[in-house]
Design a protein around this ligand. Structure first.
Ligand SMILES: Nc1nc2c(ncn2[C@@H]2O[C@H](COP(=O)(O)OP(=O)(O)OP(=O)(O)O)[C@@H](O)[C@H]2O)c(=O)[nH]1
Ligand SMILES: [Mg+2]
Ligand SMILES: [Zn+2]
Length: 382
């Protein structure tokens, strides 16, 4: 399989190179199921496990590979291809991450990444009785924080008496994130969703159980690949039809992530958080000769000295590097998104009082500007 089909690009190649480990090859996590991973790689689908070291460090950092992640693997010797198993040795720093607090043993909570490396987050809500603007707002703010670009899909427009009012209300609440009313069942408005899809980009579908995430994906695929619930979700009992997160390749080249419905509880790691988790490395780093020491080959590096003296596990430094790089990379995406958001906001305010003619001009100018997220239609569909 061509890795680009899975979203591989120069920036990922660079991140793999940064691991400075020979003989590791990249693969993307298609499914994660309690320690067992389904990966897609250049040699097709493979099953994988975490190396003991990675598992150990992942549990201390609360970060296991998840669907959408790029990992570095080493084959276990058998012939590669369907049925072979590989070992995951490293997790590449994420470009975006949807995180939530999961309750673990003893009632404690631990941060869990629900979806990684999503470019556009389709936040799905139902236009039926479960419609709730406050919940939608929470989803949108989590999406901005994750480093993904949020797009609201108000599904089940066939069940709404007043879809236009709700569309308007939502658009006002989440501006400048775009909002679209669709019906997966009637296949209405799906062209608005297709307009976002680009080859090699990753699209996550997120939202409560029963809102129609899998139904929309099936409609985009043109086949009933994902199981959807035949029963009514009107009771809101939260029966999950999709039970695991999964990566799906659409015919046009876009990569889609289906997820089980989730409750939104926000909380995000930041660069400071990374420092707290790796306090012993921070402590050592404060004794490096150079303040901006990367602990690679700089003279007077206290971190490398500790590794050479056997006082620090090199894998620990690797996890630290990955998490710091990840935090920086998500931080950078958030800044870029914030900039787009401000621009779109300003644009919207101007547009609000503008005539139809100047709106068209505004749109043309934006197109000429050629901003990367420009084609994601920053104006709501109202
Ligand atoms: N009326 C109507 N029903 C829909 C529409 N889209 C989905 N449904 C129905 O809603 C129910 C739930 O759809 P799913 O696609 O399974 O929802 P989901 O978001 O994937 O749910 P989980 O996998 O549990 O998170 C099914 O009975 C679908 O047939 C729609 O546009 N209109
Ligand atoms: Mg589903
Ligand atoms: Zn150093």
């Amino acid at each position: 399989m061509d890795l680009h089909r899975l979203g591989w690009n120069r920036s990922w190649a660079q991140k793999l190179k940064d691991l400075q480990d020979e003989g590791l090859s990249p693969a993307r996590v298609a499914r994660a199921d309690r320690g067992l991973y389904q990966l897609l790689s250049a040699s097709g689908a493979v099953r994988a496990r975490l190396s003991g070291r990675l598992r150990h460090h992942a549990s201390s950092a609360g970060e296991f590979p998840t669907t959408g992640d790029w990992v570095a693997v080493r084959s276990l010797g058998q012939a590669e291809g369907a049925g072979s198993q590989v070992m995951i040795h490293a997790l590449l720093p994420r470009q975006s991450a949807f995180r939530r607090q999961a309750v673990i043993a003893g009632g404690r909570t631990q941060e869990q990444t629900v979806a990684a490396n999503v470019d556009v987050a389709f936040l799905v809500s139902g236009l039926d009785i479960e419609f709730n603007v406050r919940r939608i707002e929470r989803y949108v703010s989590i999406a901005w924080d994750s480093g993904a670009f949020p797009v609201l899909l108000l599904n089940k427009s066939d069940l709404a008496d007043n879809p236009t009012d709700r569309l308007r209300e939502t658009a006002r609440a989440v501006a400048p994130a775009p909002v679209h009313a669709i019906s997966a069942l009637r296949e209405a408005g799906l062209e608005q969703v297709r307009a976002y899809l680009e080859a090699g980009k990753t699209y996550g579908f997120l939202g409560s159980s029963g809102v129609g995430k899998s139904s929309i994906i099936n409609a985009l695929l043109g086949e009933e690949r994902q199981a959807v619930s035949g029963i009514s979700h009107a009771s809101g009992k939260g029966r999950h039809t999709t039970t695991r997160r999964e990566l799906i390749l659409l015919p046009g080249g876009a990569i889609v992530l289906d997820t089980p419905g989730m409750k939104v509880i926000g909380a995000w790691s930041d660069e400071e958080g990374v420092g707290r988790t790796f306090s012993e490395i921070e402590e050592l780093a404060s004794r490096c000769r150079f303040r901006d020491c990367r602990h690679a080959s700089e003279p007077g590096c206290a971190v490398r000295a500790a590794i050479e003296a056997g006082e620090l596990d090199p894998a620990r430094l690797r996890s630290f590097r990955r998490l710091s790089q990840e935090a920086a990379s998500i931080e950078q995406r958030k800044k870029e998104l914030a900039r787009l958001r401000r621009l779109a906001h300003r644009d919207r305010i101007v547009k609000g009082s503008a005539s139809a003619g100047s709106q068209r001009r505004g749109r043309r100018q934006r197109r000429r500007g050629g901003r990367s997220a420009g084609r994601h239609g920053l104006d709501a569909d109202v």
